[in-house]
Write a protein that binds this ligand. Structure first.
Ligand code: PEP
Ligand code: MN
Length: 355
């Protein structure tokens, strides 16, 4: 992928901004959102016609009628239009309607059959002038993401880009989809010409995270942002909690700082991003461990058992230290770490028992 073309013309290092609702809901909602965005200087409008929903029975998008509304937006504002495609039918309908940008969602980019079908349809239709953006797969698998991008590239598309929208994890987390900044950095190191955009809306899942995540992406030198924006976010039919109004987006964009160049060397940035990810993983695992400890605390309290049981503690220390040493960690370090984790577990259990 070394003969890519810019996805859209940009001025100097200004980020590419794509904005619009999660889902197209009505012509009025599309026009109200697009008009406000256009007045704020945004030139690319997104809206999902077909929505990949986790549970059946939830709003799955209005379907092909949304393509007509996207064209109404284009006629009224001159904005470029973008929508999600997940299969041959979607691609054909989007090409027929003249949609400018096709994006491929995280559930689809994880599926090589679907990716090949989309790539084949684009090639068969001779629609290689389309701009295609491929979101990272739901699972953190760089090769799968690259494979998805390569299928579109092999179909002849040269205005190709990637979108980091975070990765899905089980259980409660600060983020809806955890960002793993090192993965797109590695993608960038392998394909320096490939523009990477950040989707702070699907990473954060909450309005208030849109700005800090966007800033983080710009600090890392991302080419742009795709931000879910709705004229009445609280009433949105999908992803209400993460959508912002055009006015809020415009204020966020005003505040964002675009660094002139990334000063740190790229490989150092990549390594630091890896450390950041591992540290948050450590904290997540520790907090999960403490949650289990509190559950044990409740069990011991209800069954009149002592908090610290010496036999169990010695077993833990022995086997864990051996495991740590086996993994290349210093014996003393593992002992001190375990002691500290144990102290915190006891503190949390005592709190439960004395409640
Ligand atoms: C979307 O952009 O509306 C969407 C469904 O995104 P993702 O594929 O990242 O979940
Ligand atoms: Mn959405």
């Amino acid at each position: 992928m070394n003969d890519l073309l810019p996805i859209v013309p940009t001025h100097s290092n200004a980020p590419i901004i794509i904005a619009g609702p999660c889902s197209a809901e009505s012509k009025e909602q599309m026009m109200a959102t697009a008009t406000a965005l256009s007045q704020a200087g945004i030139t690319i409008f997104r809206a999902g016609a077909w929505k990949p929903r986790t549970s059946p029975g939830t709003f799955a998008g209005v379907g092909a009628i949304a393509l007509q509304w996207l064209n109404d937006v284009k006629e009224a504002t001159g904005m470029l239009t973008a929508t999600e495609v997940a299969n041959r039918t979607h691609v054909n309908l989007a090409i027929n309607a003249g949609i400018d940008i096709l994006w491929i969602g995280a559930r689809t980019s994880a599926n090589p059959f679907a990716m090949q079908e989309i790539a084949d349809t684009i090639a068969e239709r001779g629609a290689t002038d389309k701009i295609v953006l491929v979101k990272n797969p739901v699972n953190p698998d760089l090769e799968l993401w690259i494979g998805a991008l390569q299928r579109i590239y092999n179909a002849g598309v040269r205005r190709l880009g990637a979108i980091h929208r975070g990765f899905s994890v089980y259980g409660k987390h600060l983020y809806r989809n955890v960002p793993q900044w090192d993965i797109p950095i590695e993608l960038h190191l392998r394909y320096p010409e490939l523009p990477i955009l950040c989707d702070p809306s699907h990473i954060g899942g909450k309005r208030e995270l849109v700005e800090p995540l966007s800033q983080e992406a710009l600090n890392l030198g991302y080419a742009g942002l795709i931000v879910e924006t709705h004229c009445d976010p609280d009433c949105a039919m999908s992803d209400a909690s993460q959508q912002v109004t055009p006015q809020t987006l415009s204020e966020i964009l005003e505040r964002l700082h675009v660094p002139a160049t990334t000063t740190k060397s790229e490989s150092l940035t990549a390594l630091r991003a890896k450390i950041d990810n591992l540290d948050s993983e450590l904290i997540r695992v520790l907090s999960q461990r403490m949650a289990v400890c509190r559950e044990i605390g409740r069990f011991k309290r209800d069954n009149n058992m002592k908090v610290v049981q010496a036999g169990r503690y010695n077993d833990i220390m022995h086997s864990r230290i051996a495991e740590g040493v086996e993994s290349g960690l210093g014996e003393d370090f593992v002992r001190r770490l375990l002691l500290s984790v144990h102290d915190e577990s006891v503190r949390q259990q005592i709190q439960i028992v004395s409640d």
